[in-house]
Design a binder for this molecule. Structure first.
Ligand code: B16
Ligand code: MG
Length: 212
């Protein structure tokens, strides 16, 4: 059977590497400084969600959204990001999630185009640290994207960047917001630990044979 998939768009955090634990730690510390406690269950809602939107959800959770001006919100988000950057400083290729390197190799050999559709402004730096930057023909620059996940914009930009129609692409995501964004973009999904068109428990199960 002919494979119709010409492109794979990867989410980063939670798919290529587990930076979610560092996002959580940095948010938890920042939130507790302003008297808001968050736990791992609440943190699930922040996965795939942009930096500012994550902070807004935290402030809402603590009933403090009205207490901060937009300047203060930007300052708090910056503070969190400074701590996050320290936490990710020592990331190396040893931090790739299981099976990722083999899957990227398999896709490259098959001539499938690869892009990154991450909500993270830190994505380029993290890809360099992981040593996999060169696999990707296109990396979405979220600085130019107005609506983050669950809006489809990030993934629409990714396939446009590759020049591949939605029907010939598939996205790999670990967050509900990301699966919803793919759905709205008309792109099929592989969910890692989350329900997608194909659902996997772990990145170790990623194989080119799963692609339509
Ligand atoms: P940054 P993904 C997302 O990355 C994370 O899941 C989310 O927790 C984070 O808030 C967001 O990136 C923004 O990250 O603060 O580095 O710009 O899962 O879309 O790769
Ligand atoms: Mg993710």
């Amino acid at each position: 059977m002919m494979r119709t998939t010409k492109a794979v768009v990867f989410d980063l955090d939670g798919v290529l590497t587990d930076t979610a634990k560092y996002h959580y730690l940095a948010w938890k510390n920042m939130a507790s400084q302003i008297g808001i406690e968050i736990d791992e269950e609440f943190n699930e809602q922040l996965k795939g969600v942009s930096r500012i939107d994550s902070l807004i959800r935290i402030l809402e959770h603590g009933n403090k959204l009205g207490a901060y001006s937009s300047d203060e919100i930007n300052r708090l988000a910056n503070e969190k990001n400074e701590e996050y950057k320290v936490l990710i400083e020592d990331i190396t290729s040893a931090d790739l999630l299981p099976g990722i390197e083999a899957f990227l190799e398999e896709l490259k050999e098959a001539g499938i185009q690869l892009a990154i559709g991450s909500a993270s402004k830190n994505a380029p730096v993290i890809l360099e640290k992981l040593g996999i930057r060169d696999y990707f023909a296109y990396i979405v620059d979220v600085n130019h994207i107005v609506n983050g996940k669950p809006a489809p914009d990030i993934f629409l930009d990714a396939i446009q960047g590759l020049g591949v129609p939605a029907l010939e692409a598939i996205g790999v995501e670990d967050a509900e917001a990301g699966i919803e964004a793919l759905e709205k973009a008309g792109i099929r999904s592989i969910g890692i630990g989350v329900t997608g068109d194909v659902t996997l428990a772990s990145t170790a199960e990623l194989r080119i044979s799963l692609l339509p």
